[in-house]
Design a protein around this ligand. Structure first.
Ligand SMILES: NC(=O)c1ccc[n+]([C@@H]2O[C@H](COP(=O)([O-])OP(=O)(O)OC[C@H]3O[C@@H](n4cnc5c(N)ncnc54)[C@H](O)[C@@H]3O)[C@@H](O)[C@H]2O)c1
Ligand SMILES: [Zn+2]
Ligand SMILES: [Zn+2]
Length: 380
């Protein structure tokens, strides 16, 4: 796929990628997802998203070429590729902060390299394509275990680890009440994983009825439409004996709806780095001393958030891009043991050639779309 400008993507020919460094591999992609993070790019909210860029940071496929410095992969392996590009050797990678690699995006001091995520995240072409170049190929790509459904493996590249890490960063303790804002794939997975950490009550907030219905069944939780709640913060306080939730998770990010002020300043005028409505609600509905875990993505500039309440309530905010490689071993276990069923979230399987329709369906939340994946010609 090829980005042409806000709300415009198309399938078109580009030269096939080649090995540029001894540690590169070339992957022939079989399946690739579209993510809520791609929508920030598609909506034109991410700085330095250049025309001609190929998006796609959630993909799997076959290794078709490797550089002379690649030792753990061989041609013919079928791999899933974490969305973070990580060198494996820098001070941050050594702490398993693979989303914060210092080498893969040396121009930036915040985010590490991410496939297909603008020049702000390193300018790497992504995997919504037939072929993709994967740097540091001995670090990220992971051979898909025997017996694992490829579509489950595909979702281990981002949304499963991100949802899991959202719950993990929440420091959930046995008996906790956890509120998840956002019933997209990330929020759905965060709700599901909250139980694994011992939550006693899991509440999900969104405004798309079909997603609320899905998450109620899939994650066995309560789910409410913020449009019919009036003030969601007041509702959440009431339902927690006026204490507030132990843990609130922002799985929405800068495309949040629900506040005209935030939407106009954050999404229309781009005066702040996205709309911080869900983060605002999370801070205001967590209990004193509680934890707000943020995986929703915001741009690199500033946001309007109620910092006074953070201070006065003694809230801990934890946030990051998911460290996919760190989490893969335990998540592979959870999937193989049947405790997590990621592929059940996939609602649409769309040929790469119809990528423009796929983006439109996912962005406009049409046809009860939860997670769309693109199927490459080689996989049909
Ligand atoms: N930190 C990471 O590593 C990481 C990885 C993947 C995705 N993300 C981010 O996670 C977020 C969710 O991704 P997704 O794929 O599930 O996206 P998505 O667009 O499918 O889902 C977002 C959901 O939030 C809902 N929503 C909008 N405003 C809301 C509000 N005020 N309160 C509650 N819900 C609201 C929407 O209706 C939608 O269902 C995005 O910001 C994405 O960029 C982060
Ligand atoms: Zn993603
Ligand atoms: Zn590194």
């Amino acid at each position: 796929m090829n980005f042409r400008g806000p709300f415009r993507v198309r399938a078109s020919e580009k030269p096939d990628p080649v090995i540029l460094h001894p540690e590169d591999a070339i992957i022939k992609v079989t399946k690739s997802c579209i993510c809520g993070s791609d929508l920030h790019l598609y909506h034109g909210e991410v700085p330095d998203t250049r025309v001609g860029t190929t998006f796609g940071h959630e993909f799997m496929g076959e290794v078709v070429d490797i550089g002379s410095g690649v030792h753990k992969l061989k041609v013919g392996d079928t791999v899933l590729v974490p969305f973070n590009i990580a060198c494996g050797k820098c001070a941050f990678c050594k702490q398993e902060l693979y989303g914060n690699c210092h080498e893969s995006n040396p121009q930036a001091s915040a985010v590490g390299g991410i496939f297909g995520y603008s020049h702000t995240a390193g300018g790497f072409d992504g995997g919504q394509a037939e072929y993709v170049r994967v740097p540091y190929a001995d670090v990220g790509p992971t051979v898909i275990p025997e017996g694992m459904d490829p579509e489950d493996a595909l979702l281990l590249t981002d949304v499963v680890p991100t949802g899991y890490q959202a719950a993990e960063m929440g420091g959930i303790k046995k008996g906790d009440t956890v509120v998840v804002f956002g019933a997209g794939p990330v929020g759905i997975m965060a709700a599901k994983c909250a139980w694994l950490f011992g939550a006693a009550r899991v509440i999900v907030i969104d405004h798309l009825e079909y997603r609320l219905e899905f998450v109620r069944n899939y994650a066995n939780c309560e789910a409410y439409n913020f449009e019919s709640l009036g003030d969601p913060v007041l509702f959440l306080k009431k339902t927690t004996d006026w204490f507030g939730a132990d843990v609130c998770i922002d799985a929405v990010g800068g495309d949040a709806a629900g506040s005209a002020l935030q939407t106009i300043t954050g999404r229309k005028l781009l005066l702040q780095a996205g709309s911080a409505t869900a983060l605002h609600w999370a801070i205001n509905s967590v209990k004193k001393g509680g934890i707000v875990s943020v995986v929703g993505v915001y741009g690199p500039t500033d946001n309007l958030i109620p910092i006074g309440n953070v201070v006065n309530k003694g809230i801990t905010i934890r946030a990051n891009q998911a460290s996919v490689k760190r989490l893969l071993p335990r998540l592979i276990d959870h999937v193989m043991a049947g405790r997590l069923d990621p592929k059940a979230m996939i609602t649409h399987r769309i040929p790469l050639e119809e990528v423009a329709d796929a983006y439109h369906i996912f962005s406009a939340k049409l046809d009860n779309c939860i997670k769309p994946i693109l199927i490459m010609p080689s996989a049909r």
